[in-house]
Design a protein around this ligand. Structure first.
Ligand SMILES: [Zn+2]
Ligand SMILES: [Zn+2]
Length: 365
């Protein structure tokens, strides 16, 4: 068995900087491809594992928002994919379970089996297996993913823009168009103006929503939200429900929560008009509970829902995202608030904590 030397950013202990180490990556097995990473977005989910807020087996390589180039394939008949550029989806679907067959690949019931592998993808130079977030581990020079999880994109797509499609655009844009079917008659509020929130905000604008309200605790993020097309930008505080009522009497018809806390999930429900729908997107800690005002739920026909990874169908959606990017409607380059070399990845994470940050991107080329 041949393994290839790569550099990977390894998390050995929560709250400690990632260490860049030499690792060994396997050859792709049948049904897999190996990609050389061109750009990786630093997502708040990665930050939660880095901080220890979400549990993960260690040592681990984080990273899941990626654009790369296919350098090896596990099937002889897929050899024409070598050289193809692709974004990676974190939800590799099987294509044959009841959910996949119904067109809901993010709900694939066989995802664990899809990620199963007879031997570790990546090991340390001493031969010990390294855990890979989402079975991807994208903060490394190369990754192995199921062939169907490497979604082809145009070869001239900017990698730093393209990588965003894999997580924050898939989630935020997908939630607006697939999860909540926003229309020009909707009034929309987005809670949390990081990568996912700004993606949702832009999708609501592109969908023609008549009002798009950005809500955040940082004035710097609200300033950016205005530039991405928010019609109103509200600094969240104890009076936030009254603030929303003031700019949108009766409440909004669609709200999106992109923070990942029970309090903001609650808020997304409480700012709804009667008949409104709240979509909760932020990853919550295991065991978290959301409490709802029963009268608002029952007497106002309000609904609250999830839309995991924006209920995306990446292979179908991605060219639409690229077209909106190329027309200038979907502003991806403006979402990249800082760029870093791979060896500066810890600085990239530090930059993410700045109040005005949307996305830090690590560029490998
Ligand atoms: Zn992510
Ligand atoms: Zn499936």
């Amino acid at each position: 068995m041949t393994r290839t030397k790569i550099l990977g950013a390894v998390l050995a202990k929560p709250q400690e900087p990632l260490g860049i180490h030499e690792l060994l990556i396997d050859e792709p097995l049948p049904g897999e491809v190996r990609l050389r990473i061109l750009a990786a977005g630093l997502c708040h989910s990665d930050l939660h594992y880095l901080d220890g807020t979400l549990p993960i087996d260690l040592p681990a390589v984080l990273g899941h928002e990626l654009m790369g180039e296919i350098v090896a394939v596990g099937d002889a008949d897929a050899v024409d994919r070598i050289g193809e550029r692709a974004v990676v989806t974190i939800t590799p679907s099987c294509g044959i379970c009841d959910q996949c067959s119904a067109g809901f690949s993010t709900r694939c019931t066989r995802v664990t089996r899809r990620r199963y592998r007879s031997r570790p993808k990546v090991v340390t130079k001493h031969g010990e297996p390294v855990n890979l977030l989402g079975s991807i581990g994208g903060f490394a020079e190369q990754v192995i993913v199921p062939a169907a999880a490497a979604i082809p994109v145009p070869v001239d797509l900017s990698p730093s823009a393209g990588c965003l499609l894999g997580c924050c655009i898939a989630t935020g844009f997908g939630a607006v168009v697939h999860g909540a079917s926003v229309s020009p008659l909707d009034t929309v509020a987005v809670i949390g103006c990081g990568g996912v929130g700004i993606a949702a905000l832009q999708a609501a604008r592109i969908s023609g929503a008549r009002q798009v309200i950005a809500i955040d605790v940082h004035e710097e993020k609200l300033e950016r939200a205005r530039n991405f097309g928010a019609t109103d930008a509200l600094l969240s505080g104890s009076d936030i429900i009254e603030q929303v009522q003031k700019v949108c009497p009766g409440g909004v018809t669609k709200s999106f929560e992109a923070v990942g806390s029970p309090a903001t999930a609650d808020l997304s429900f409480e700012i709804l008009s009667a008949g409104g729908v709240a979509t909760v997107l932020g990853l919550e800690r295991p065991g978290s509970r959301i409490s709802l005002d029963a009268a608002l739920l029952i007497e106002g026909d309000r609904r609250i829902q999830g839309a995991y990874m924006g209920s995306n169908q990446m292979a179908r959606d991605v060219l639409g995202y690229v077209d909106h990017y190329r027309s200038g409607a979907l502003e991806l380059d403006q979402m990249v608030t800082s760029r870093w070399k791979f060896e500066q990845i810890n600085e990239g994470f530090a930059a993410m904590r700045e109040p005005g940050a949307i996305r830090s991107v690590v560029e490998f080329i």
